[in-house]
Design a protein. Structure first.
Length: 298
């Protein structure tokens, strides 16, 4: 896929390594094309997020630049006894943006990027589990907080969106197929381990095929649009059920609660539930390139 020529409003990223210059109707700005030899610490912060106590084990995790693309991988094996830890995340969070004109920019409209699923495995349990063995690779962005939700601390009430590749062990697709999804969610608890969500299916992706994914928050329309390659965008409204966010509220002036502030990240998620008969295993390797940030419409 060719690299895009992109423009945006005047803005620089923290530590002064990125500039947006151009007209208000521009589509976005190239945030990182991973052409350097190493990940740029002025743009990214790396995390492994593995909450709970594990009977299994999040075994392997990598994030590195190979061949001018970001390689992310994660592998987890489930245990034989139930535990609170069955999910682990390989997360690369984008640094907060700062503009000399307006100060800290709390929100952006989203991103678009290229992603190639190089390898994935979801070995499930013969006995159905409450959550299937699952792998996910994409972008996660908490956009604003729903003021109708009482402030219980942390991420409670934060509204976010995800565009990702996902495969469950229970899927009926061929072994070399993973699906692209767009998801809007609202955090039910402080850790955001429980959510209310709605999803759209953007279509199947074959192992080894690169696709272009886009997530765009549209506050004026009270929702988020998602797109794969040149397909027609699909839209989820958070003013409709199951969210019913009051559209009168100006979401752009209501940032996420502190635990989710400015949260936007590339996320690799593996879920390996407990299984008595045999170990479950979730693993995925994905290549990411041409991460473009989309500004909010003025």
């Amino acid at each position: 896929m060719t690299r895009r020529s992109v423009l945006g409003i005047a803005m620089v990223v923290a530590l002064g390594c990125l500039a947006w210059v151009g007209s208000a109707d521009a589509q976005g700005v190239l945030y990182d094309d991973f052409s350097a030899k190493e990940l740029d610490a002025t743009k990214w912060i790396g995390f492994q997020v593995s909450a709970g106590s594990f009977a299994g084990s999040p075994l392997e995790i990598t994030r590195t630049i190979k061949g001018h693309r970001l390689e992310l991988s994660h592998r987890m094996v489930g245990g034989s006894s139930p535990s609170t830890g069955q999910e682990s995340r390989n997360r690369l969070t984008m640094r907060a943006f700062f503009s000399p004109l307006v100060g800290l920019v709390q929100n952006i409209a989203g991103v678009e990027f290229d992603i190639l699923p190089r390898a994935f495995e979801t070995a499930g349990c013969p006995t159905p589990t409450p959550v299937p063995t699952r792998v996910r690779a994409g972008y996660n962005n908490q956009m604003f907080n729903d003021p109708a939700i009482p402030n219980a601390g942390g991420n409670t009430g934060n509204v976010g969106a995800v565009v990702e590749l996902r495969r469950n062990s229970t899927d009926g697709d061929a072994d070399d197929v993973i699906r692209a999804l767009g998801i809007v969610y609202r955090c039910v608890n402080a850790e955001c381990s429980q959510t209310i969500s709605a999803a759209v299916d953007l279509g199947a992706v074959s192992r080894g095929d690169e696709v272009h994914l886009m997530l765009r928050w549209q506050p004026a329309l009270n929702g988020v649009s998602f797109q794969k390659d040149g397909d027609a965008p699909l839209f989820i409204s958070y003013a409709a059920p199951p969210f019913n966010v009051n559209p009168v509220i100006d979401e752009t002036m209501n940032p996420p609660k502190p635990a989710g502030f400015s949260f936007r990240a590339l996320d690799l998620v593996v879920t390996a539930p407990a299984c008595v008969e045999q170990p479950t295993e979730a693993s995925i390797t994905a290549l990411v390139d041409n991460v473009v940030v989309l500004p909010l419409a003025p």
